[in-house]
Design a binder for this molecule. Structure first.
Ligand SMILES: C[S@@+](CC[C@H](N)C(=O)[O-])C[C@H]1O[C@@H](n2cnc3c(N)ncnc32)[C@H](O)[C@@H]1O
Length: 201
């Protein structure tokens, strides 16, 4: 990272969907370009759900969801700087007891304490989704919903949703109903981040 202008600091406060976030662009992942997707996920959550956010970072998806719906969210991240900021963001948004920040490898934490607890599982680490799919299945309840993110290379934007769905069905080992699939955002020339929403059967 290179400072182009302004104060020489990497920590700042960011506001989105009525929530406040402490972010540090040098220490933990942060992208304002996921704002629409965060709102979409929060709107899908039903009151009473338990949500497992496997790669939750500083807690943006988790906090926006818990502010909007009566749900409990487990925000897991392997980066201690991200989970420390998440703890501060939980307090900043008065969500103590609704969002819990957990530090460590998502697969290990699910194995140890969250197996079968999730009505909904978020897996926003597109480059490793296939590797963590078994852990996501383990985290979900029967009929739980998984939001699976992946990177798709395509010349045709309108084919991305279909390709993402086909890839998901190819790697998924148990029966699911695909509820939808679509582009989240472009991430490079002819590369897209896509999401597949699927219900375990
Ligand atoms: C693309 S970021 C998403 C962050 C967050 N969902 C957001 O939108 O702000 C992926 C996150 O996964 C975390 N991560 C990478 N490997 C992990 C693992 N094995 N277990 C838990 N978190 C992991 C990274 O530290 C990073 O914060």
């Amino acid at each position: 990272m290179e400072l182009l202008a302004g104060e020489d600091k990497t920590e700042t406060e960011y506001k989105e969907h009525g929530c406040r976030f402490k972010v540090d662009v040098e220490k933990a992942f942060f992208s304002p370009r996921l704002s629409t997707e965060r709102d979409r996920i929060a709107n899908l959550i039903k009151d009473g759900e338990t949500v497992i956010n496997m790669f939750g970072g500083v807690g943006m998806f988790s906090i926006i969801a818990a502010k909007k719906k009566k749900c409990v969210v487990y925000n897991i991240d392997i980066n201690p700087s991200a989970t420390k900021l998440c703890e501060q963001n939980i307090k900043l948004n008065k969500l103590v007891g609704k969002v819990e920040s957990l530090t460590g490898d998502a697969a290990k934490i699910i194995e140890g304490q969250l197996s079968g607890k999730g009505d909904r599982v978020l897996m926003l680490l597109p480059e490793k989704s296939d590797e963590f799919l078994d852990a996501a299945i383990k985290a979900a309840k029967k009929n739980g919903i998984i939001h699976y993110y992946c990177h798709i290379h395509s010349d045709k934007k309108n084919e991305v949703g279909r390709i993402a769905k086909e890839h998901f069905l190819d790697v998924m080992k148990i029966k699911t109903e695909v509820l939808g699939s679509k582009i989240v955002r472009p991430v490079g020339p002819r590369f897209y981040q896509a999401v597949v929403d699927a219900k375990l059967l």
